[in-house]
Design a protein around this ligand. Structure first.
Ligand code: HEC
Length: 352
């Protein structure tokens, strides 16, 4: 019984540590999965920020283009950088001021190209106005733009993706340019009608700055995650450690209780034995005293009676010891374990 108890108890702490390993695995898995998920969220946030930047650039293009188209083109002085647009109708393309300055008509697309040059130099955004059927060869689409323009024909309103341009990451975003009534002044002759997709503007945002922010965010996230992960590990270890200690303490308390119960049983038994034995022993002693009185001191029987008395006294000493039992002490006999009355009835634990 005792052995089985101990086996069951020894088993528990091991199972606790197995649980701990399980908890740590689940915790680590949770950390890894949520970390991967959050880095994905951060990454798509980065892409969305770049997309917003591209959309803003596109909208700005639309605004000044509309302003230009509303005027049917605007005039600017002819310079080396701004030669007359040979694709524009020659009528009224160049005009002279009374002072003799030559002005040339700037159509929206021409203005867009020049604005894009400024944007590229100032902000690093690359803009390109293009069409599947370009009037000007410079506006011919690259393969990515061709793909996007074809998607616009199928009803798509925005195409964007992460691409490598000049060896670095760029977010490319393209939106269509729809033919409006005021565009027809110049584009009706190519057969365009109101509502047709005339082409599109693609904006390419360099990702370096965005990626640096993303890297810093992921770094912060990782540090927080490492902190949480380690806190989780320490928490698991500590709780298992304290749980183990508590279980051990409870077991030793249970052991003490068991000993106490055994002791009580032994004491009750001892009380009964004392009570039952004392009287017969007193009788033997009393009778042997009387026998001694009748005998001469040197009578051979007298010695034997004295021997009997000695043994009886030993027995009553043992019964007295029995009542004094305070601890559960055992000794081994070939027949098995028995209570060591001498050891159990003394206050000195070290006595052997
Ligand atoms: C004043 C005349 C004029 C007006 C108004 C005008 N365009 Fe153009 N557009 C041109 C010319 C000329 C070109 C080709 C040469 C160039 O790129 O400058 C062109 C080029 C384009 C291109 C580039 C593709 C290509 O064919 O080369 C697109 C896209 C475009 N226009 C869209 C529009 C839209 C949309 C409007 C109305 C909001 C509009 N244009 C209004 C004259 C005009």
């Amino acid at each position: 019984m005792e052995k089985r108890d101990k086996a069951a108890r020894n088993h528990k702490p091991i199972r606790l540590w197995v649980h701990a390993v399980g908890i740590i695995c689940v915790w680590s898995l949770f950390i890894v999965i949520s970390w991967v998920w959050l880095t994905q969220v951060i990454h798509s946030g980065t892409l969305e920020t770049a997309r917003i930047e591209a959309r803003t650039a596109f909208r700005n293009d639309l605004i000044y283009r509309l302003w230009n188209a509303n005027h049917g083109g605007v005039y600017a002085p002819v310079t080396l950088k701004t030669p007359p647009n040979k694709y524009l109708e020659p009528l009224n393309r160049e005009i002279q001021t009374p002072e003799g300055i030559t002005l040339t008509k700037i159509n929206p697309a021409y203005m867009t190209r020049q604005a894009h040059e400024i944007a590229a130099q100032t902000y690093g955004h690359k803009g390109h106005i293009t069409s599947l059927t370009p009037i000007c060869p410079q506006n011919a689409p690259d393969p990515w733009e061709t793909m996007a323009l074809k998607q616009f024909e199928n009803g798509e309103t925005e195409v964007s993706s992460l691409e490598i341009m000049d060896g670095t990451d760029h977010l490319r975003l393209m939106r269509p340019l729809i033919t409006e009534k005021k565009c027809l002044t110049c584009h009706a002759e190519q057969g365009y009608k109101q509502g047709d997709i005339r082409g599109g503007i693609s904006i390419s945002i360099p990702m370096a700055a965005h990626e640096a922010i993303e890297k810093a965010n992921i770094m912060t996230l990782s540090l927080i995650y490492i902190f949480f992960w380690i806190t989780g590990l320490i928490g698991t270890f500590l709780s298992i450690f304290f749980l183990n200690r508590q279980i051990r303490r409870r077991h030793s308390a249970e052991d003490q209780l068991l000993q106490h119960e055994k002791m009580e049983g032994a004491m009750e038994m001892a009380g009964a034995v004392c009570h039952e034995l004392n009287q017969p022993l007193q009788m033997i002693l009393g009778n042997s005293e009387i026998m001694l009185l009748d005998l001469e001191p040197d009578h051979p029987m007298a010695k034997r009676i004295i021997r009997i008395q000695e043994q009886v006294k030993r027995m009553s000493q043992t019964t007295r010891n029995l009542i004094k039992i305070t601890r559960y002490e055992t000794k081994q006999f070939p027949q098995g374990t028995v209570i060591d009355i001498d050891m159990a009835s003394t206050n000195d634990k070290t006595k052997k």
